[in-house]
Design a protein around this ligand. Structure first.
Ligand SMILES: *Cc1c(COP(=O)(O)O)cnc(C)c1O
Length: 461
């Protein structure tokens, strides 16, 4: 015999239970009754599947659980112990103290965002940041938008709609999160003309593809993969020379917005916007929250005329950057102007950390975690679709899950549900916590969270 739906309490009955009344006090009656109805609908489905009807207490607890999950303050701050510096799922680049403060200031009050304090007239939200970007990259002009995907789309739409854009086959790439060069080109109104082969393209391939309707050459940095072996692509300077002969601009999607020389830190050289501009590209596009280390944003930089054309395009308003990000971007760029990016911008501070300093921290942390912990050498990565395959030698606390029910996955899950949540890596039934991406002042919190997680797992003997 199946349980009838009417075995469930009514909405009114549930609303009168003390625990639900307390929820109504903290939130609002309508909002809480919405959750009550959601829960009852789910219980009816459960009954239809052959389950029993939960009692009033169980329902109230489930509704409380829903409220706690849906109405918690979000996002939760957590400790990134993955060793992935630009972790896309964990918010990419954390901001510097100055950039965080600038965003807070812009958020909580009025500011001279589009206002000229001297004349009392209207100003431009772009002017301040544009000047900093020009000083740093050597561009004549620059425009900040909400992300690099927008920057590329906007640049193409403004300069090449209705025209052909020549791209090397090896650079017709997918960056992730739905950003595919052929799709972006189509949306911009331009036509993609692929040249060369997957692994090799020469200047003459580009030259042979030139037609009366060519609008530009687009070069795309293959940010998230690397072709090794029998590969060739023309240099940007060669493409610019070719473009010049045909009176056509070269645009470069350089990706990560890396403004410093990565080889200094033992990494492969990551192309910089400065280099693209020095090579003579008309426009370069890059992200603000990858290796630049700022807020989510995208930059269009290049010749005054091209940037002006881009900023007048109707999409420019649709891709407009918000004031919080603009404030944080300005503060981040100022670190580069002051030559203090390695000390102040968190992603660079983490990249620059030496293995010796990390070893000492890992040893202290490991001791505090206790006997399940050992200290191991490991490799951190850059992440965020930048510098694929490149690693930085690092040190980690490695926690043994032997004898724990559910093993390393269970331990990892307990770490994620702790306070603060900790995200690590699982390697060979051990949970590995890489210190590179942990701010040093959180080493103590990390060790305490690990001790608590170990205490809550069950170890059947
Ligand atoms: C990351 C990346 C993008 C997308 O940038 P977002 O700022 O994430 O929109 C586009 N092109 C390249 C080459 C990239 O590396």
């Amino acid at each position: 015999m199946t349980t009838p739906h009417r075995a469930l309490p009514s909405v009114d009955r549930l609303a009168s239970v003390p625990r639900i009344r307390a929820l109504i006090e903290s939130y609002s009656r309508e909002a809480v009754l919405g959750l009550v109805r959601e829960q009852l609908a789910e219980s009816r489905k459960e009954i239809d599947r052959g389950g029993g009807a939960p009692g009033v207490d169980a329902l109230a607890a489930a509704i409380e659980g829903r409220a706690g999950a849906v109405w918690r303050s979000w996002p939760s701050a957590l400790i990134n112990a993955t060793g992935v510096v630009l972790h896309t799922n964990l918010g990419r680049a954390p901001l510097s103290a100055a950039a965080t403060e600038a965003a807070r200031r812009a958020a909580g009050g009025y500011g001279d965002l589009e206002f000229d304090l001297e004349t009392g007239g209207r100003g431009s939200r772009q002017e301040h940041v544009s000047r900093l970007l020009c000083q740093i990259t050597g561009a004549e002009s620059a425009l900040a938008v909400n992300n690099n995907a927008s920057a590329v789309l906007l640049g193409l739409a403004a300069l090449t709609a209705g025209k052909e854009v020549i791209v090397s086959k090896g650079e017709v790439v997918e960056i992730g999160g739905g950003f595919r060069i052929p799709d972006v080109l189509r949306q911009s109104g331009a036509t993609l003309v692929e040249v060369g082969t997957t692994n090799r393209a020469y200047v003459r391939d580009y030259e042979e593809a030139m037609s009366a309707n060519t609008g530009a050459i687009l070069a795309v940095h293959a940010s998230n993969f690397r072709v090794i072996g029998f590969a060739h692509s023309p240099s940007l300077a060669e493409l610019v020379e070719l473009g010049g002969r045909f009176g056509l601009p070269v645009m470069h999607d350089v990706g990560s917005g890396c403004l410093l020389e990565t080889s200094v830190f033992g990494l492969a050289h990551e192309p910089t916007p400065q280099e693209s501009l020095r090579d003579g590209v008309e426009l370069v596009f890059f992200s603000g929250d990858k290796l630049l280390g700022g807020p989510q944003s995208g930059i269009v930089a290049g010749s005054r005329e091209a940037v002006e054309t881009v900023s007048r395009h109707p999409y420019a308003r649709a891709a407009r950057i918000d004031k919080l990000s603009m404030a944080a971007l300005a503060a981040t760029l100022l670190h580069y102007v002051r030559g203090e990016a390695v000390e102040e911008v968190p992603v660079w501070r983490m990249i620059a950390l030496g293995a010796e300093a990390l070893e000492g921290r890992a040893r202290r942390c490991g001791l505090a975690v206790g006997e399940r912990a050992s200290v191991v050498e490991t490799l951190s990565t850059i992440g965020g679709g930048s510098l694929p395959g490149e690693t930085l030698p690092s040190w980690a606390v490695s926690i043994d899950s032997t004898g724990i029910e559910g093993g390393a996955r269970m331990l990892s899950s307990r770490l994620r549900s702790g306070d603060p949540p900790v995200v690590g890596r699982i390697e060979d039934e051990r949970v590995v916590l890489d210190l590179r991406t942990v701010p040093p002042d959180q080493d103590g919190a990390l060790a305490r969270a690990a001790v608590e997680a170990i205490e809550t797992v069950s170890t059947p003997s």
